[in-house]
Unconditional design. Sequence first.
Length: 211
Amino acid sequence: MSLLNNRSSMVLFQNEMGHRSQKIRMVLSEKGIACDFESLNPDDIPSEILEVNPSGNLPLLIDRELSLYHSGLIVEYLDERFPHPPLLPVYPVARAQTRLILHRLEADWCVPMDIIEEESVSKNEKNKSKKALEKNLNNSLSLFNNQAFFRSDELTVLDTVIMPVLFRLSYYGIKIPSSKAAKPLNEYMERMREYKSFSDSISESEKELLI
């Protein structure tokens, strides 16, 4: 059966264990967007998927004739198409500041986690990325405060990037700081674990392996 033909609804092709796929599931849940899910093996992407997604990266969102395969672009598309509740700030200055933090998180948190999750990467490279991520976490502690969400009283796109990474740390043997300076981060994690759109975003594979 074709994976792409005769699709009348939005579909997310995902890696059930990937932090970027969980990010999109969290956005979909927060906005109450109806979407079908198709889980793929990231090491064995079907040829028809590669035709619309030459990079082979997951997640891939198909919405009628539109194909999006960069998780950041998928989030922005969903936020613009389904504007309530908004995940990016409305005002240009605040939106630019959010994008600056997203840029830092992408380089310091997401890229190392990509390497850690990649099965084909050597153990040495994984260990280097784990150490880098631990260091970057410690360098990011001052970004956390006592607000309900990350530097906000409402959930934003930043939370959808941060929580899937934090959620995986203990599974991959990455130490979460326990110092006084890390208290806001640890309290944030505890609050977010109970938040509905985050708990809804956890796949069956993640429930079995990561909790």
